[in-house]
Write a protein that binds this ligand. Structure first.
Ligand SMILES: Nc1ncnc2c1ncn2[C@@H]1O[C@H](COP(=O)(O)OP(=O)(O)O)[C@@H](O)[C@H]1O
Ligand SMILES: [Mg+2]
Length: 281
C-alpha cells in the first residue's frame, strides 16, 4: 500500500480559504531552544499561528511536543529564542543570544490570550462543573460574576453538558470531564487554545465525542494548536501539520503535504505506524 492511498484528504480539509498572510500571527515562536539539564529537548523551533488557523503537532512520544506547549503557555521557561502573542513580546533573545523574559506583567497579559486543555482534564474535584468553568474568569481575571455565569452556562450547553452544571467531576465520564475542561478554557475567552493530547486518556467512543466538539470549534475558526495522535482528525481539521521528532520540527505543511506526501523518512516511518490501524475516526 502506498502512502498516498492510506489517508485521503477530505474535501472539507481544503474547503476553507487559507488565512491572509499579512495578518499578525496570534502566536509566534522563533528559534526556541530548551534543555533539561544537559539534554536539549527543543532545538531551533520556529512556527507561527495565524488568526483562525488550526495547527496540529504530531510526532512520537518524547519528541518534545508537550514541552513546546508548556513553553508556549509559560509553564516552562526556555533558554533561547522568542515567544510572542500578537503584539505582546513574552521573551526575546538579548544581545548574547539568551532568551530575556519581559517580566511578570507581560506574562500576566499573555496568559489572558491563551487557554490550555490537558490530557487528564485537571478539573477541581471538589467544585461543581459550573464552578470549575467560572473559577478562573471570576477569581483570576476579576470578570463580572453574572456575565461569567451566563457565558459558562452557554459554553456548557455548546459542549452538550446542559443539566450537568451542578454535578461534580467524579460523576461524569472522562469524555464529559474533558468537555468541561474545554468549556473552562473557552470561558477565559482566549485568542488561541492549546490542546495536549486531549483524547489520549479516553476510550474510542468518548474520544469521538471530544473530537466532535473540537471539530465544531475549528468550523467556527477558533485558533488552535492541537497535539494529537488522532491522524484522521488532524488531517481533517488542520490548516497546517507540524511533525516533530527528537526535539526538532522535521517537516510542516498542509495535511496533504505532511500526511499524504511526507518528504522525510522519519515522517514516513512515523505515519506508517498508523497504516495498520487505519485512520482512527
Ligand atoms: N520536567 C522534565 N525534566 C526532565 N526531562 C524532561 C521533563 N519533561 C520532559 N522531559 C524530557 O523531554 C523530552 C520531551 O518530552 P515531552 O515534551 O514530554 O515529549 P512528548 O510530549 O512529545 O512526548 C523527553 O525526553 C522527556 O523525557
Ligand atoms: Mg506529551
Amino acid at each position: 500500500m502506498t502512502q498516498e492511498t492510506v489517508i485521503e484528504v477530505s474535501e472539507t480539509a481544503t474547503a476553507q480559504p487559507a488565512p491572509a498572510k499579512d495578518t499578525t500571527p496570534v502566536l509566534s515562536v522563533e528559534h526556541l531552544e530548551k534543555s533539561f539539564g544537559d539534554t536539549m529537548v527543543l532545538k531551533d523551533i520556529s512556527f507561527e499561528v495565524r488568526p483562525g488557523e488550526v495547527v496540529s503537532i504530531i510526532g512520537p512520544s518524547g519528541s518534545g511536543k508537550s514541552t513546546l506547549l508548556r513553553c508556549c503557555t509559560l509553564l516552562e521557561t526556555f533558554e533561547s529564542g522568542a515567544l510572542r502573542y500578537d503584539d505582546l513580546v513574552v521573551a526575546e533573545n538579548d544581545a548574547s543570544g539568551k532568551a530575556h523574559y519581559s517580566g511578570k506583567e507581560m506574562d500576566k497579559q499573555a496568559r489572558e490570550r491563551f487557554g490550555l486543555v490537558f490530557q487528564n482534564f485537571n478539573l477541581f474535584p471538589h467544585y461543581s462543573v459550573l464552578r470549575n468553568v467560572m473559577e478562573a474568569p471570576v477569581v483570576v481575571q476579576k470578570k463580572d460574576k453574572a456575565e461569567t455565569e451566563a457565558l459558562a452556562r452557554k459554553l456548557l450547553k455548546q459542549m452538550g453538558l446542559e443539566g450537568k452544571e451542578d454535578a461534580y467531576p467524579c460523576e461524569l465520564s472522562g469524555g464529559q470531564q474533558q468537555r468541561v475542561a474545554i468549556a473552562r478554557a473557552l470561558c477565559l475567552q482566549p485568542e488561541i487554545l492549546f490542546f495536549d493530547e486531549p483524547t489520549s486518556a479516553l476510550d474510542p467512543e468518548l474520544t469521538q465525542e471530544v473530537l466532535k466538539v473540537i471539530r465544531a470549534l475549528a468550523e467556527e475558526h477558533m485558533t488552535m494548536v492541537i497535539v494529537t495522535h488522532e491522524m484522521a482528525f488532524a488531517r481533517d481539521v488542520s490548516d497546517k501539520i507540524i511533525f516533530m521528532d527528537g526535539g526538532v520540527i522535521v517537516e510542516e505543511g498542509t495535511p496533504d503535504e505532511v500526511i499524504n506526501h511526507p518528504q522525510h523518512n522519519r515522517t514516513k516511518a512515523f505515519l506508517s505506524r498508523y497504516q495498520s490501524d487505519g485512520a482512527t475516526d
